[in-house]
Design a protein. Structure first.
Length: 91
């Protein structure tokens, strides 16, 4: 039941966002600061080397007897949320 409610909320959010009508109401302005960078000396990079020995992993199967719960379902009539969205441009 929680899964159905989660799906309904997700679908509602998607439909709501898709139904938005966005209009630009003002121009934006971004002024990025300017920097000057000067190289003071030459660089040298030597990365270390590693020898890595990984473990051996073996995955196999074996049969075991375990207790597994069983779930019974029944059909019921319940109330579920109904969402109607009017897009902004249709208001």
């Amino acid at each position: 039941m929680k899964a159905i409610a989660s799906i309904a909320v997700a679908i509602t959010a998607i439909v709501t966002l898709a139904a938005c009508d966005v209009k630009k109401t003002a121009e934006g302005n971004v002024t990025v600061p300017k920097y000057e960078v000067e190289k003071k000396q030459a660089g040298d990079v030597t990365l270390p080397k590693y020898d890595v020995t990984t473990p051996d992993v073996k995955v196999t199967k074996e049969e075991k007897t375990v207790n597994v719960p069983t779930v019974k379902t029944e059909e019921k009539v319940i109330e579920v949320p109904k969402v109607e969205v009017t897009p902004a441009k249709d208001k």
